[in-house]
Design a protein around this ligand. Sequence first.
Ligand code: NAP
Length: 525
Amino acid sequence: MKLPNYVSGEWIEGAGAGDPLVDPVTGEELARISSQGIDVDGAIQYARSHGGPALQKSNYAERAGLLAKIADVLTANRDEYFRISLLNQGANQADASFDVDGAIYTIKYYAKIGRALADKKILKEGTEIPLSKTNVFSGQHFLMPEKGAAIFINAFNFPAWGFCEKAAPALLSGVPIVIKPASPTAWLTQRMVEDIVKAGILPDGSISVLCGSARDLLDHVRESDSISFTGSASTATGIRSHANVLRRSVRVNIEADSINSAILGPDAAPGSDIFDLLVKEVVREMTLKAGQKCTAIRRVLVPRQHMQTAGEAIAAKLASLTVGNPRNPEVKVGPVVNKAQQAACLDGLKKLKQECSVLFGGDEGFQPLDADAEKSAFVQPTLLASKNGVGAKFVHDVEVFGPAAALVPYDSTADLIAIARRGMGSLVASIFSNDADFVREVVLGTGDLHGRLLVVDSSVGSQHTGHGNVMPSCLHGGPGRAGGGEELAALRAVLFYHRRFVVQGPPSRLGDLAAISADSSILYS
Ligand code: NAP
């Protein structure tokens, strides 16, 4: 079976044999994908010329209504998405839910909050600025949906959520979307697009999916388009510096990899509720989706005197989790996505082992339950302990994109801040402490290099939303190594798909435009 691409309003199979999609538990081939021979330039032009104008005939509230219909279609087909997630990612119910239910929730969320933009066509920013002594000439800033296409280049680990968290604000803005899912898990995205297309919800040209290599995609983007990329920092660098992207100043949002931290406060001694909450969260982050989350905890920053106890507590919990074929109900931790990813994880672990001791796991010959170690792509959950803090060589740089984390000792709050900052820009850090002064100092010392800081004390307990869980109402992204991008944050996400401009003219003309504008202050409410 070769999965067809959906471009220029048609389902078209790519040429050649294509690349296989595999079951990471059995190694069996499931389907093939190919983008060879597809007219990528024509596909983007079709989105611009058909999808954009049709979407922008409607207003924001009407497009929020389209999102609600998409959410209904995705909800109706949820079981099929779980089936594909199991086959193509080895995802158990919890893993698949994180991606699929997260996707549906995000679309529903935008369907709901998008109605606040009402029957308007553009956004008005601020108030009129007088530019003449007699008030006959003024200025007014507006934001208009871009007239190009939104190009999504996505990572393999969130084929559902990664697509929907970008699609929701783009479609709400009236911008047609062209999705290039990551090859290894393209099936789920392709299937969701198929369901949306079959349901006839969106105007022709509003949605396209290109499975397989991106090929010459970036050669065809224009100044009116935007690129939203999620993936590794190295691919991100290539996209950001692509000659055509640079020449045409194409707007680019990058969500890249990140060495995230969980921080145990000096007050959170072993035996305390805070200590237990951190241990629980580290184990959850290491094992959910087999640690294949951009937001997962990679470094656990622990007061030096608690290193041993923290290590033992986390290792004991990891030891209680069965790793193997997710079709077996005893299994709690599944595989990574494919052999290449397994090899990348083992390679990264080799580097980390040069400066870390292994507290749990790390066995390359590890036997998963109900799976053939030769054919499958498992990585044993691995907990390491770094001997060095801020001076460590690999632990702050090497992202093992799998079920692995390293404890890192710190000696003072200043030392801890230096270690957290050594991630050189991260998506998230979580702080587990009841000490208000410590929390304030850490937030002020690290906030500029993190997209999100999660603070857990005894008053929050287990009611926090999760270190690795991205809420559509809050910012997702991070500076520096994490890509410098910004996504979600409720209606603020639509800003990426709008272009700011100022109109200088008679107040009556500005008033005409203001009448069809929603006040952008609503984006921040
Ligand atoms: P990747 O190898 O960088 O690939 C990401 C996407 O880029 C894929 O769709 C890939 O297509 C495409 N791509 C590769 N080369 C390209 C090129 N020259 N031009 C245009 N597109 C190109 O990343 P991945 O392995 O899929 O994902 C894992 C990484 O993503 C991890 O490092 C993780 O931290 C990061 N991630 C970050 C976030 C976040 O929100 N910050 C979320 C999830 C994952 P092919 O698959 O066809 O090669």
